[in-house]
Design a protein around this ligand. Structure first.
Ligand code: PMP
Length: 390
């Protein structure tokens, strides 16, 4: 009998974030690798959760999530995107977007199905699609704009295609899909009767006066699209593991059937507190995006001053640089190790966001995260400038 553990997981290494964060710790480097803010989200949310832990509820919440949070999710859809959502049948609370994505993949995919994902991609997509018994077809986004190419998408669609995953604002590139790209995906999804899973965890981090536009708002997409948000990103509480999914009843029911066997439920005290956050007045959301944009600008200027060509960043916590611009001719992994151990600033290689061994993965981009205190970003920039003599 074969005693191997499930090779979908066992043959994969630990995530790049674990590898680089451990290296950063050992080297005493500033960690601009893993994307987590170095300041916790709003005090009112923390206090609400603390009070709820002391006073309850502390027992299982309903499988789909506490009604107060699901109602708040529905209200947020209306307020930000004019989407009419029935909280009872069209929302689901998950243990972070990561578990929400897993619930969608397990809930929607069957052996023999194909799922289209755009590379570079958030690293949980591929193993979970494979664990569901499906096959991922990978379509490459083209740097430096990281845009979706219609012909490449068409070439990936087969009779077995069941769904497409679209992540915008996009990790790791910091790009935001254009209206043209949204139309292109919607056109193919409708024409081929596909589900679209929209990973929109950075929905409130779109810069330069632009606003996030969910694919779900396009004609014909409401009934075939689920969109995922994350309290971790929206309220700078990445450790809390609260995410939310919005979609048509049949898809939410499908995801819930998987969620009930993965996470089952999520901590009720945290759900209560997140519900309050979703109803925060506009000033919270405006300050949040303005503050993060200022950090983006600070790091962009610092990296440019150190000699890097910085790829434009329209959203998320992340920006990428072309490592050739500082005369580095090795690959992105070696570069990230070198700057972590020698310059004492950690970044992650963009090639880690591709399938292992993908010959078409670019090897010349590194991703830096800017959701850190301004003084941390300034110090990281100064260290890189010293190291590269910029
Ligand atoms: N999708 C993308 C694109 C992400 O960057 C992340 C977090 N890094 C997630 C999903 C997961 O979010 P959560 O922390 O809510 O699981």
């Amino acid at each position: 009998m074969d005693r191997s553990l499930n090779t979908v997981f066992s043959q994969r290494p630990v995530t790049i974030f674990q590898v680089m964060s451990a290296l950063a710790d050992d080297a005493g480097a500033i960690n601009l690798g893993q994307g987590f803010p170095d300041e916790d989200g709003p005090r009112t949310i923390l206090e609400k959760a603390a009070a709820a832990i002391l006073e309850g509820p502390n027992q299982y919440s309903p499988v789909s999530g506490l009604p107060v949070l699901r109602e708040a999710v529905a209200r947020a859809n209306k307020r930000f995107y004019e989407l009419e959502v029935d909280w009872r049948t069209e929302t689901l609370v998950a243990a972070g977007a990561t578990e929400g994505l897993a619930a969608c993949f397990f809930g929607f995919l069957q052996p023999g199905d194909e799922a289209i994902i755009f590379a570079p991609f958030y690293d949980s997509y591929l193993p979970v699609i494979e664990a569901a018994g499906a096959r991922a077809r990978i379509v490459h986004l083209k740097p430096p704009k990281w845009s979706i190419n219609g012909a490449a998408l068409d070439a990936a669609i087969t009779p077995a295609t069941k769904l497409i995953v679209v992540n915008s604002p996009h990790n790791p590139s910091g790009s935001v899909v254009s209206d043209e790209e949204l139309n292109l995906v919607a056109d193919r999804a409708i024409r081929h009767d596909l589900i679209v899973i929209c990973d929109e965890v950075y929905e409130h981090l779109v810069y330069d006066g632009r606003r996030h536009r969910p694919l779900m708002t396009l004609p014909g997409m409401r009934e075939r699209t689920v969109r995922l948000g994350s309290a971790g990103k929206t309220f700078s509480l990445t450790g809390w593991r609260i995410g939310y999914i919005t979609g048509p009843e049949h898809l939410i029911a499908g995801a819930m059937k998987a969620h009930q066997f993965i996470a089952y439920t999520c901590p009720p005290a945290l759900q209560l507190a997140v519900a309050e956050g979703l109803d925060f007045p506009d000033v919270y959301y405006d300050d949040f995006v303005r503050g993060m944009q200022a950090r983006r600008d600070l790091l962009r200027a610092g990296l440019a001053d150190a000699g890097f060509d910085v790829v434009p960043c329209a959203g998320t916590y992340f920006m990428t640089v072309d490592i050739r611009s500082v005369g580095y001719d090795g690959d992105d992994m070696a570069f990230c190790r070198e700057i972590t151990t020698k310059a004492k600033v950690c970044a992650v290689p963009v090639s880690a966001f591709y399938q292992q061994g993908d010959d078409h993965a670019p090897r010349r981009f590194a991703r830096f995260c800017f959701c850190k205190k301004p003084e941390v970003l300034a110090e990281a920039s100064a260290r890189l400038k010293r190291y590269f003599g910029g």
